[in-house]
Design a protein. Structure first.
Lengths: 173, 430
């Protein structure tokens, strides 16, 4: 069980980290190339660069959210548990439940909207003509990943497992 | 209808208080309002989440966060402190003044208070104690001076305010320079007189040659704000382009010139910046859903009517808003508060004839002060951890500095020209 949790955690972390790294670097390189071309030449620019940057921001925001659940760094107002430490556990549970409900919404609503956009053959991005449903499909994917990631965090919290270290041979983490 | 508003308000406060992430609290509240109360198709809500992130202007947040992280991971902090020390370290209270100046320099690169407390406070508090500075004074000054991170541009809070208020970001940035300078001057003066009376250690005055050597070592770091602001205000770059160029410059300087950022660090810096940026931007998405509901029900207009009926003058309004924001700033982080409250306050500003840029600066300053206001200011906890002191000790330590900042806030509230002369001078209206 612990081994399984660890492997899911590692697989998710690999996807989150590398996809974030690649998209941010792509956005940076495309944006700097466009700025340089615009400033250093009189008539050359990458007309599609704005679109690439917008889509990478969209992607990094929602995938970054999943990674933020892993790091427990989503911004929240933790005034109550600071003032009343005994409320920390029930509030943490409530917080996890909130994320699970949100994930459910994203899967259900995201799927139905992605299907709707998929059926619209004209729904493509303006410059690169990428079908828009690719981006809408990120919502249900994010929902599923957020759901599983939150379950992993709950397991970490409840069983005191440290997933930053690999499990030992007998499955202990 | 009023019962519906109460339900929405209770839901929002309930979600926020029960530590549900801010963007989800806004999403749930907006969703309940739009779908269950206003009867709108729930798919519209997801459409709003999509459209709110499909904006080129958001690039500024990601790249200024990345730029700050590159410089923090590299050697910028040590170099900035060294330069500030060479400039003022020999004066009575010089090391403390150098800490304030370093916060100012760092604020011109990073846009966040917390980043400044961690980067400068973590370095300066032990250094001040080592030089026999009063402990309470040291903790107090290094907990409150990092407010310069959000006041001196580029400021993440101002970027998000400009997105909501549609103010030109380049002009809004200019409103932060005078308040930032006032905070540096008055906190430095307090440090000077306090340390003169308490006879803290001073360091010997560097020779001209030593000073030039320090500046030469730090020149690439010091050139970054020049590049950002020189580029923006000469009209060569937009703020979006400046963020991209600053990021690229920071990478080149730290990897090729300072050589303090190893290639293996790059991945971690980029990923942590993407996560930080995501935690901020996703609140924009949640606030867009909530804002959609507010607009649909015309709630800001109704609040504006109610406020105008009870408050007659702009000064009373601004004073009330200052008090309200200071209290909110104690409990809520600056980004969430800016995104939730700005759409509510905006319609009121035109009724009272208040400039939106003036208000943006006041809001940022108020909420920034909230970061170091007891009992829940985040900076208090970070400094307390660095100095190994409890919350009550740190809360007492920050009081004189909080009073200075609140006094500056009041001056800026009632003297808008002090804030606005710079943007009006650089961007004169025809």
């Amino acid at each position: 069980m612990k081994k399984l949790v660890y492997h899911i955690h590692r697989t998710f972390a690999f996807f989150e980290d590398w996809s974030l790294f690649i998209t941010v670097m792509v956005a940076l390189l495309v944006a700097i190339a466009n700025v340089m071309l615009r400033k250093l030449t009189s008539d050359v620019n990458l007309y599609w660069s704005d679109e690439v940057v917008r889509k990478t921001i969209f992607f990094t925001t929602y995938v970054g959210c999943i990674a933020a659940i892993r790091n427990r760094s989503l911004i929240r107002i933790d005034a109550l548990p600071q003032l009343f430490p005994f409320m920390k556990k029930p509030l943490t549970l409530l917080n996890h439940l909130g994320v699970l409900v949100f994930s459910g919404f994203m899967v259900y609503l995201g799927c139905s909207l992605a299907v709707l956009v998929y059926n619209d053959q004209f729904a493509k991005t303006a410059s690169l003509q990428i079908p828009e449903w690719y981006f809408y499909a990120l919502f249900p994917v994010m929902g599923v990943m957020m759901f599983i990631r939150t379950l992993i965090v709950m397991v970490e919290d409840w069983f005191g497992i440290d997933l930053s270290k690999p499990p030992t041979r007998d499955g202990e983490v | 209808m009023e019962t519906n508003y109460l339900v929405i308000l209770a839901l929002l406060i309930g979600c926020l208080a029960s530590t549900v992430p801010v963007f989800m609290a806004l999403f749930f509240t907006g969703m309940v309002g739009l779908v269950w109360i206003a009867g709108i198709d729930p798919q519209i809500v997801v459409e709003v989440l999509y459209r709110s992130m499909d904006k080129f202007a958001l690039i500024v947040v990601l790249f200024f966060v990345l730029c700050g992280n590159i410089m923090t991971t590299g050697s910028i902090v040590a170099k900035l402190i060294k330069t500030a020390n060479a400039l003022v370290g020999f004066l009575p209270g010089g090391l403390a003044i150098a800490g304030v100046l370093a916060c100012g320099f760092f604020g011109a690169i990073s846009g966040s208070t917390v980043a400044t407390v961690v980067a400068i406070g973590g370095f300066m508090i032990p250094a001040l104690l080592k030089h026999n500075y009063d402990e309470k004074f040291s903790v107090g000054i290094m907990t409150t001076a990092p407010i310069l991170g959000v006041i001196i541009p580029p400021s993440i809070a101002m970027i998000l305010y400009a997105m909501v208020s549609n103010d030109p970001l380049e002009a809004l940035f200019l409103t932060g320079f005078v308040p930032g300078l006032l905070i540096i001057i008055f906190m430095s003066l307090y440090a000077y007189f306090f340390c003169k009376r308490n006879e803290a250690d001073t360091i010997p005055r560097p020779s001209f040659r030593e000073f030039i050597a320090v500046v030469r070592e730090s020149i690439w770091a010091l050139m970054l704000p020049v590049l950002i602001f020189g580029g923006i205000y000469s009209g060569y770059f937009t703020a979006n382009e400046a963020a991209v160029v600053a990021c690229f410059y920071a990478f080149v300087v730290e990897i090729c010139i300072h050589r303090d950022l190893k290639l293996r660090d790059i991945k971690n810096v980029v990923i942590s910046s993407a996560i930080t940026s995501a935690t901020l931007l996703v609140i924009v998405a949640g606030a867009s859903v909530f804002g959609e509901y507010l607009t649909f029900e015309q709630i800001p207009g109704q609040i504006a009517n109610a406020v105008v009926e009870n408050i007659q003058t702009p000064w009373v309004f601004l004073l009330s808003v200052n008090i309200l924001l200071l209290i909110i700033g104690m409990f809520m982080d600056i980004i969430s508060a800016t995104l939730i409250l700005t759409p509510i306050f905006l319609p009121l500003l035109s009724r009272f004839g208040i400039d939106t840029m003036h208000f943006g600066l006041l809001m940022t300053l108020n909420l920034g002060i909230g970061y170091c206001t007891p009992p829940l200011g985040v900076s208090l906890y970070i400094s307390g951890a660095v100095a190994d002191r409890d919350l009550i000790y740190v809360s007492k330590a920050v009081l004189p500095f909080l009073l200075i900042q609140i006094a500056i806030l009041l001056v800026l509230t009632f003297w808008p020209d002090l804030v606005l002369f710079l943007p009006r001078w650089v961007y004169p209206t025809p």
